[in-house]
Write a protein that binds this ligand. Structure first.
Ligand SMILES: *[C@@H]1O[C@H](CO)[C@@H](O)[C@H](O)[C@H]1NC(C)=O
Length: 216
């Protein structure tokens, strides 16, 4: 009996953890973000439903290629709650990613979302790394029409492995997935992490750590 009770408790606990780890279900049809509201909540405050229009649920522009003339040769065009206020509380968003030939979307994580990506044009090498202590790289080359998943929180990247431009569409399981670019976060924080910490963490000379910091 006590064993059964413990088991039931464990099951209940695991369910409650799953619920707490993700965005709560909406408690109304929608909660269109009111950017002018001074109210601080988990997410954004709702505007008066009577003032909501189709424009709140609308975005135009994903037919346009992003400008990939930058050091990485890629550009992310995000469509999340910042662009579409109607996404507030709904736990979903979208992005278009453009890649110049051999361009990369450098290693990054989304702290609040799993990502599912499909290739519309070109070929991409994609990968993510599992957490410690395995740190296993799971990687694959995708062609047009292929789909790949990057689990929530894991470091991942893409590279265009073709001679033409590549395009992908990604859906993310958060209205506000967030992005932590590994290099920017570690080497480009403001104020900077002390160089000796980075040198020790990355097992390099301080001059090397300092050189990398200067790039971000
Ligand atoms: C793309 O970005 C580069 C670098 O910022 C800029 O020089 C160029 O004019 C942009 N191209 C277009 C078509 O906007």
């Amino acid at each position: 009996m006590a064993k059964q009770f413990l088991l039931l408790n464990l099951i209940a606990l695991s369910f409650s953890c799953v619920v707490l780890a993700f965005e709560p279900s909406p408690l109304q049809d929608f909660c269109v973000a009111d950017p002018a509201s001074p109210v601080k909540v988990n997410g954004l405050a709702c505007k008066d439903p009577k003032s909501v229009t189709a424009e709140d649920f609308y975005f135009s522009g994903l037919h346009l290629a992003g400008n990939t003339s930058n050091t990485f040769g890629s550009k992310v065009t995000a469509v999340n709650v910042a662009q579409v206020p109607g996404l507030n509380t709904l736990g979903i968003s979208l992005a278009r990613v453009d890649y110049a030939p051999w361009g990369i979307n450098p290693p990054h994580t989304h702290p609040r979302a799993t990502e599912i990506l499909t290739v519309l044009a070109g070929s991409l090498q994609v990968g993510f790394v599992t957490s410690n202590p395995e740190n296993r790289l799971i990687t694959k080359v995708l062609k047009k029409g292929d789909v790949f998943v990057f689990p929530i929180g894991l470091v991942h990247y893409q590279r265009n492995v073709g001679y033409g431009n590549a395009v992908a569409i990604a859906a993310l399981s958060s209205q506000n997935p967030g992005v932590i670019s590994i290099a920017n976060a570690v080497f480009g924080s403001e104020p900077a992490i002390e160089t000796d910490i980075l040198a020790k963490a990355f097992q390099v000379d301080e001059s090397v750590a300092s050189l990398i910091q200067s790039k971000f």
